[in-house]
Write a protein that binds this ligand. Structure first.
Ligand code: NAP
Ligand code: GDP
Length: 316
């Protein structure tokens, strides 16, 4: 019997897990799934968090809830990213421990790795040096999950672990142009400027490089980690190094998928952020040599089609 509580169940990754659990693989026999949104409990609040864990008493937790945003939101709000995420993570991990939860899979990100580093980055390098200055609040808060997981194991034998995804995108993303990530931002901007007959403005030089993972691929990997992966040390969930693309290449794929006909311009007065954070998926490949990622173009097309079909209700 596995009772799985998903925090942040209403977000990009949470909705993808809901889709996979309910419409693809299906919940396995003996599994019960509960998806929380911030309406069910404000996880920055310790009492709310305790109460929701007492109510459900999950055996397993996928912990996604976080203050999340793209480069530009991070640059404006390092203090709130640090405080909100530290509160949420401490409340969730401690409430899970008190409720007797045997396994928690939390979510880090490859943008928390040291800025000055050798490449590719791997799981052993999380704490090797300061993160990129644009998102130090978010990064240090996330790094502390790894510290806390080790301590729950050392003192209580709890198998609380974490996954480290690269840049995620897909249906149900936050398509807000100012606050969101690059792909939903470009999709939304191209959709609007296409209608207005104006150019699409890509922020920065277009040269930074990113490994993008489709939210539905990530959801399948999350289920595998929850059911099969037994290490406390985290695991990077990423496409290969050879699948890293420049922001310019990503913008060209968006242009193609939306059949955008206008001009594409680059606003180099805007920040480029971290130039690259190339991650190794060797550990994942050791466990899952046959896992097939959705080709990037297909995943961007599915996301664009979803956004156009759901424009009125999409988060934007
Ligand atoms: P998202 O779409 O912004 O979803 C965030 C989720 O957290 C929502 O369900 C939100 O609930 C919930 N939440 C936020 N503040 C909360 C609070 N105070 N109390 C309770 N719930 C709260 O983000 P996402 O992209 O799915 O991110 C999921 C996880 O993946 C996060 O831990 C993030 O750090 C990590 N991650 C994301 C990316 C990426 O590129 N998106 C990359 C690497 C790692 P409501 O919507 O109901 O308010
Ligand atoms: P990051 O991967 O954590 O840096 O976060 P983002 O998903 O916000 O990606 C930021 C990169 O995309 C930077 O190099 C930006 O200059 C570039 N970029 C280009 N256009 C946009 C846009 O419309 N929104 C965002 N967020 N970034 C953009």
């Amino acid at each position: 019997m596995m009772k799985v509580l998903v925090t942040g169940g209403s977000g990009l990754v949470g909705k993808a897990i809901q889709h996979v659990v309910r419409e693809e693989e299906g919940a396995r026999e003996g599994e019960e799934w509960i998806f929380l949104s911030s309406k069910d409990a404000d996880l920055t609040n310790k009492e709310d968090t305790r109460a929701v864990f007492e109510r459900h008493r999950p055996t397993h937790v996928i912990h996604l809830a976080a203050m999340v945003g793209g480069l530009f939101k991070n640059m404006k709000s390092n203090l709130e990213f640090w405080r909100n995420n530290v509160y949420i993570n401490d409340n969730v991990l401690q409430a899970a421990h008190e409720a007797g939860t045997v396994k928690v899979v939390s979510c880090l990100s490859t943008c928390i790795f040291p800025d000055k580093t050798t490449y590719p980055i791997d799981e052993t390098m999380i704490h090797n040096g300061p993160p990129h200055e644009s998102n130090f609040g978010y990064s240090y808060a996330k790094r502390m999950i790894d510290v806390q997981n080790k301590a729950y194991f050392q003192q209580h034998g709890r198998r609380y672990t974490a996954v480290i995804p690269t840049n995620v995108f897909g249906p149900d993303d936050n398509f807000n142009i100012e606050d969101g990530h690059v792909l939903p931002g470009l999709i939304h901007k191209a959709y609007l400027t296409q209608k207005e007959g104006k150019p699409l403005t890509v922020w920065g030089s277009g040269t930074p490089r990113r490994q993008f993972i489709y939210s539905l691929d990530l959801a399948h990997l999350f289920l595998w980690v929850l059911r099969e992966y037994s290490e406390v040390d985290p695991i990077i969930l990423s496409v290969g190094e050879e699948d890293e693309v420049s922001i310019k290449e990503a913008a060209e794929v968006v242009v193609e998928c939306l059949a955008f006909k206008g001009e594409v311009v680059y606003d180099t007065s805007k920040s480029d952020g971290q130039l690259k954070k190339t991650a190794s998926n060797a550990k994942l490949r050791k466990y899952r040599p046959d896992f097939k990622f959705t080709p990037f173009k297909q995943a961007v097309k599915e996301t664009c089609d979803w956004f156009v079909a759901n424009y009125d209700t999409a988060r934007k």
